[in-house]
Design a protein around this ligand. Structure first.
Ligand SMILES: [Fe+2]
Ligand SMILES: [Fe+2]
Length: 277
């Protein structure tokens, strides 16, 4: 798989907080993910830097992919930081939850160690292709509005997550063989840890909208919020249980996703590609 470093720099001056206009609560589920991105992605980069030092010199391709992976993740979280400024300016104060989450990741690496941190990262990266599928298969309305900066942020991000889906899994296998049970433990630890954060944070955003009158109708808003979460769970759970939890799971074998390729090509055209040094 040929990873590319696209020089993406999104102008968020027209960005919307309710970027999925028919489903503002759906937007908040992913706005909460966005708050988490500048915490988890720098953690992934730190983990992968340490992992790279342990990979054999002969794993040339994987070592190169780790560098490209880190550069892609670096750009993702920097763009999410820019978008999160929009959230903060709109009155959703995300600083305290961000600080707490960052502290979790500091603790994981310092106290729980590299094997745990890599298993957690592998779990997070397992979510990448699932979220790509969720955006590209299940949310066609967003594809029609992919020029909206907040929507583009997500489509570009999940498309690159799909593109680099094999990297952390490849590192896990290189260092720990199949390590099946520990991999599954890392996956579920990550899912529960991250979804608790997303649930708490998105719920806070919906509450704030209701208090500020940005969302009308408490019961209807709550129902839509529940539907957004249930839709995501209904899509993600079978794919995690019956694909990612298989002993033979290999993300490199997942077939290319046509719409993700479209977004990646358009992104390369729009922003250009940085050639690796
Ligand atoms: Fe990312
Ligand atoms: Fe990733």
């Amino acid at each position: 798989m040929d990873l590319k470093l696209r020089k993406v720099d999104i102008d968020f001056s027209d960005a919307k907080v309710h970027w999925n206009p028919d489903h503002p609560e759906f937007s908040h589920v992913f706005n909460a993910f966005s708050v988490g991105a500048p915490c988890i992605e720098p953690f992934l980069i730190k983990v992968m830097r340490q992992v790279k030092d342990l990979l054999p010199e002969s794993a040339t391709e994987l070592r190169r992919d780790v560098d490209l992976f880190n550069s892609q993740e670096g750009r993702h979280y920097r763009m999410h930081m820019k978008f999160n400024t929009v959230l903060n300016e709109a009155g959703y104060d995300t600083r305290e939850s961000e600080a707490k989450l960052k502290d979790d990741y500091r603790r994981f690496l310092e106290e729980k160690g590299l094997k745990f941190s890599l298993a957690y990262s592998e779990g997070f990266e397992t979510l990448g292709p699932v979220l790509s599928g969720y955006f590209f298969d299940r949310s066609p309305a967003l594809m029609r509005r992919w020029d909206q900066p907040s929507i583009f942020l997500w489509l570009w991000h999940v498309a690159e997550e799909y593109e680099h889906r094999h990297v952390v899994n490849g590192c896990w296998k290189a260092l720990y063989g199949n390590g099946y049970w520990y991999r599954v433990y890392g996956l579920w630890y990550c899912l529960i840890h991250l979804f608790r954060f997303v649930l708490r944070e998105s719920n806070r955003m919906v509450k704030r909208d209701l208090a500020a009158g940005r969302l009308q109708g408490r019961v209807r808003a709550r129902l839509r919020f529940g539907r957004a979460l249930a839709g995501l769970f209904a899509y993600a759970l079978p794919r995690i249980l019956f694909v990612a939890c298989r002993r033979s799971y290999d993300p490199a074998k997942l077939p290319p996703m046509e719409q993700a390729m479209f977004i990646l090509d358009e992104t390369s055209k729009r922003y250009g590609i940085l050639e690796p040094a």
